[in-house]
Design a protein around this ligand. Structure first.
Ligand SMILES: Cc1cc2nc3c(=O)[nH]c(=O)nc-3n(C[C@H](O)[C@H](O)[C@H](O)COP(=O)(O)OP(=O)(O)OC[C@H]3O[C@@H](n4cnc5c(N)ncnc54)[C@H](O)[C@@H]3O)c2cc1C
Length: 476
């Protein structure tokens, strides 16, 4: 008998219903009346996140200031069947904080202290709502590197990064958020406070709940403290850019760089449409005729970086790059990195709606995947541009459209459905870093299969018996 026959998680009994007056009073007693928002104007910004086309009104927005308050809120919500959607900055791109079934949006941004940075133990302990950039900057001031660097780092929260297992521009060399989470304090749906992992770099006592909770998208527990691993700050960082006639050539250059034994800190690509959108937006002198741009960079000791960056430039030339430019100083490096970081805002200027997606394929199949994306989007008659992390096979095909253009939204959705099928067919996945949320939930079974979906539901049930945490998403 397959596991899939075992469980189907019901929605909490308060799903879709307004929160009753008695429960609202109880919430006000826990966090103070000024931290419970209920009017249309106050809750409207929490009906949406950074994902276009999704929205749902919460019954209330509640902003706790301590683990004790989070615990009391969750205990109440479980007792009364009230859905709770945890939220940091709401910058996710998977509709992961849309309160589809109403209830409470639990915003953790009042808990934003950096409790400790320990150069001796190479770790930091933070509250959930501190932004990624605040943590990274505070560590940098002490000569330490907090490696995860999502493009949203100035707004995204550390707990939001943990809950989504966010990636970024340094994934190939440094890994993603999960590689830096040493320990968590979390509150279970029933109110118990649990500590997983801790300050140790080696600890294999029990199931690895820290890893399970990392990437759990607010469906298993609420994170109230994070202990992250740090690294010594590399002495120097350098960046270069190579232009190619085709993305296939850029893909061959990526393969050759890795074959040379280099694991670069940065290996990002933009296709021709992205290059032109970025150049229109930022005017930094990119080669508009190039079929693909490859941004490469490394960090470490001065000698090691000089060696790897020179070798990468030579490799790109050998593969037939139409031009290679090296940044001469930090300011030029920053300008090149900005070309990649501003891809999304640059594309967003092309049309009223920008649908950014996130699929990953094995690195050698990157160019093939871009060709498949272009063919799929041509077939569905939608405009697509693709950029992403060439080093780890993670692509961000981005469809831009004007909703006034007939059935274009459905064509875009159909195109992405085919894109996810293509990624899976090439040995890849439907999301490399942006997560599943409500946006990718319909495609999840294609990636995991029915038995694994059933196991997810059983895990969800063990953590959250009343199904109150972010209902309708992962584990539902
Ligand atoms: C311009 C831009 C660039 C981006 N670049 C990248 C990138 O390079 N790499 C990348 O991976 N992502 C990127 N993102 C997506 C996004 O920033 C990340 O997913 C980020 O981790 C979300 O953090 P947040 O604080 O905004 O979380 P939110 O969006 O508020 O929440 C995300 C998820 O985490 C859960 N959650 C939040 N806080 C808690 C908590 N305390 N306890 C339990 N669950 C919680 C929520 O329920 C939700 O499921 C980008 C987004 C934008 C808009």
């Amino acid at each position: 008998m397959g596991l899939q026959t075992q469980t189907a998680l019901a929605l909490p009994r308060g799903a879709g219903r307004p929160i009753d007056a008695d429960s609202l009073d109880a919430l006000r007693r826990i966090v103070g009346a000024e931290h419970v928002l209920t009017t249309d104007g106050d809750v409207e910004p929490y009906s949406r996140d950074a994902t276009p086309l999704f929205s749902a009104r919460p019954g209330a927005v509640v902003l706790p200031a301590s683990t004790g308050e989070v615990s009391a809120i969750l205990r109440l919500a479980t007792e009364r069947g009230i859905p709770v959607t945890p939220r940091g900055a709401g910058s996710n791109l998977a509709a992961a904080t849309i309160p589809e079934h109403g209830g409470v949006v639990l915003v953790l941004t009042r808990m934003s202290a950096i409790r400790e940075i320990s150069p001796d133990e190479l770790l930091a302990v933070v509250e959930p709502g501190v932004t990624t950039a605040e943590l990274a900057d505070s560590c940098a001031a002490q000569g330490l590197l907090y490696a995860p660097d999502p493009g949203s780092r100035t707004v995204s929260t550390v707990a939001g990064n943990v809950a989504m297992c966010a990636g970024g521009l340094r994934g190939l060399k440094y890994g993603v958020t999960r590689n830096y989470v040493l320990g968590l304090e979390v509150v279970l749906a029933t109110g118990e406070v649990i500590r997983t992992g801790g300050r140790l770099w080696k600890d294999v006592a029990g199931y690895d709940l820290t890893r399970l909770l990392t990437g759990s998208e607010g469906t298993l527990a609420v994170i109230t403290e994070v202990t992250v691993a740090l690294l010594p700050m590399p002495a120097v960082a350098r960046t270069g850019v190579a232009y190619f006639d085709t993305l296939a050539d850029a893909g061959r250059a990526v393969a050759a760089v890795i074959h040379d034994g280099i694991v670069p800190a940065t290996l990002e690509f933009l296709d021709n449409r992205c290059i032109n959108a970025v150049e229109d937006f930022a005017k930094i002198g990119l080669d508009r005729q190039a079929g693909a741009l490859l941004l490469f960079g490394d960090d470490g000791t001065a000698e090691a970086v000089e060696r790897s960056i020179t070798l990468m430039a030579a490799t790109c030339e050998r593969i037939g790059a139409r031009g290679v430019t090296m940044a001469r100083d930090v300011a030029e490096s920053e300008a090149l990195l900005y070309a990649r970081r501003c891809s999304l805002p640059a594309l967003a200027r092309l049309a009223p709606v920008t649908l950014l997606e996130d699929a990953t394929v094995p690195r050698p199949r990157l160019a093939e995947m871009v060709d498949r994306i272009d063919a799929i989007c041509a077939r569905h008659d939608v405009v697509v541009a693709t950029f992403g992390h060439a080093g780890d096979g993670n692509l961000h095909p981005t469809i831009v459209f004007d909703p006034a253009d007939g059935d274009v939204r459905h064509r875009a959705e159909a195109a992405f459905s085919d894109v996810f099928d293509a990624a899976i067919e090439l040995g890849g996945t439907i999301t490399g870093e942006h997560g599943v949320g409500a946006a990718k939930r319909p495609y999840l079974q294609r990636r995991l299969g029915a038995d694994q979906m059933a196991l997810l539901r059983r895990l969800k049930l063990a953590f959250d018996p009343a199904g109150i945490l972010n209902p309708g998403k992962l584990g539902s």
